[in-house]
Design a protein around this ligand. Structure first.
Ligand SMILES: [Fe+2]
Ligand SMILES: [Fe+2]
Length: 256
């Protein structure tokens, strides 16, 4: 039974108020990064000095955000799947498709990771963001494939039965044409020795989400173990060229 079910005495209420005030004082303040405001259509950033002046005795958050799921001290890729990727079903469905088709572990891993840029960071140029995040930890062919799916998905390849996705006509409008940098990337990728690895991402990409599909991250734990070089210090704490990206994902509201 909830102890608050019966009315509090005055002194109990005073204790509670004091506790709340202590909590408010020790709780660190979260400031929004400029990018979060840009997403709301505002070119703005809060004035840190003004916030400090209005909140004497309080400090800005410089670590884990208590509102988000806690991360272990030495996080792994799996931990990010569980605690930071906003959606994983599309990734798991694509990887499951590739697994069932009997593709190589490199291709399956590429399918599993191809949209982590969207799932964790930002939609714009997500293939590039995702590739950069994984680059230090995977075979070059895997990150190359993830990067290039950004462009390849917009271009049909009848020789392997890949057509421009119906979904893009619906989502982007019938008149959308890729920007020149995407066309240039496509032309470069088309003649590359790893073209088919990236093309296979687009072919296993599940454009129509199936809410009933049975997927399980456990199906990929071994493939991740063999093909993703998990840093012993923890992903983000290993000082690789992309560690800062994983740290930002771990602590997205750190003041600095
Ligand atoms: Fe994608
Ligand atoms: Fe995708």
């Amino acid at each position: 039974m909830n102890e608050h079910a019966k009315p509090l005495t005055l002194s109990e209420r005073a204790d509670e108020l004091e506790e709340e005030m202590m909590h408010a004082l020790t709780e660190r303040m979260v400031a929004k990064s400029a990018l979060f405001n840009l997403a709301d259509g505002k070119v703005e950033i809060e004035n840190g000095q003004a916030i400090l002046a209005a909140n004497p005795g309080r400090y800005f958050l410089m670590g884990a955000d208590p509102r988000l799921p806690a991360m272990p001290e030495k996080p792994t890729l799996i931990d990010f799947f569980k605690a930071r990727f906003a959606t994983t079903s599309h990734l798991l469905q694509s990887a499951t498709h590739a697994l069932k088709a009997g593709h190589s572990e490199k291709v399956i891993l590429a399918c599993l990771l191809h949209d982590i840029g969207v799932a964790s960071f930002i939609r714009c140029d997500h293939g590039y963001w995702g590739a950069q995040m994984i680059e230090p930890y995977v075979d070059e062919e895997v990150s190359w494939a993830v990067r290039m799916h950004q462009a390849l998905r917009f271009f049909a390849d009848p020789s392997v039965g890949y057509e421009y996705p119906e979904l893009y006509i619906k989502a982007l409008g019938p008149d959308y044409t890729p920007e020149p940098y995407i066309v240039a990337e496509y032309e470069h990728a088309r003649n590359h020795k790893w073209y088919m690895s990236s093309r296979l991402i687009t072919m296993n990409d599940i454009y129509s989400f199936d809410p009933d599909a049975k997927v399980d991250l456990d199906d990929f734990v071994d493939i991740i173990g063999r093909n993703f070089k998990q840093p012993k210090e923890g992903l983000g704490l290993d000082n690789s060229p992309s560690s800062h990206m994983w740290r930002t994902l771990m602590w997205p509201t750190r003041f600095l």
